[in-house]
Design a protein around this ligand. Structure first.
Ligand SMILES: [Zn+2]
Length: 89
């Protein structure tokens, strides 16, 4: 009966390997599908005072809160808006 015990061990080993691979794969999938960074809480936003102007139509807007100190410029008329002047209070 040594051969049957050996095949049971092989089957068990294969099952364990499958579970390990499956868990690893799921963990990798989770890591890949997870968003790169969760949006910060409102309390973590930095107060800013930067004015942007659309170079195409001339509209201006003021940015007062941003998740980091150097946020990407907003877009208007399919173009990135340009910084008019950072205003420090
Ligand atoms: Zn515009």
């Amino acid at each position: 009966m040594a051969t049957s015990v050996g095949s049971v061990v092989w089957v068990l080993g294969g099952l364990v390997l499958m579970v390990v691979l499956w868990k690893t794969g799921m963990a990798m999938l989770n890591a890949l599908s997870a968003p790169p960074a969760p949006p910060p809480e409102p309390g973590e936003l930095r107060k800013m005072n930067v004015r942007y102007r659309c170079d195409v139509c001339g509209v201006e807007l003021r940015l007062t809160l941003a998740p980091d100190e150097d946020p990407p410029p907003p877009k208007h008329c399919l173009e990135e808006m340009i910084i008019v002047a950072p205003l420090f209070e």
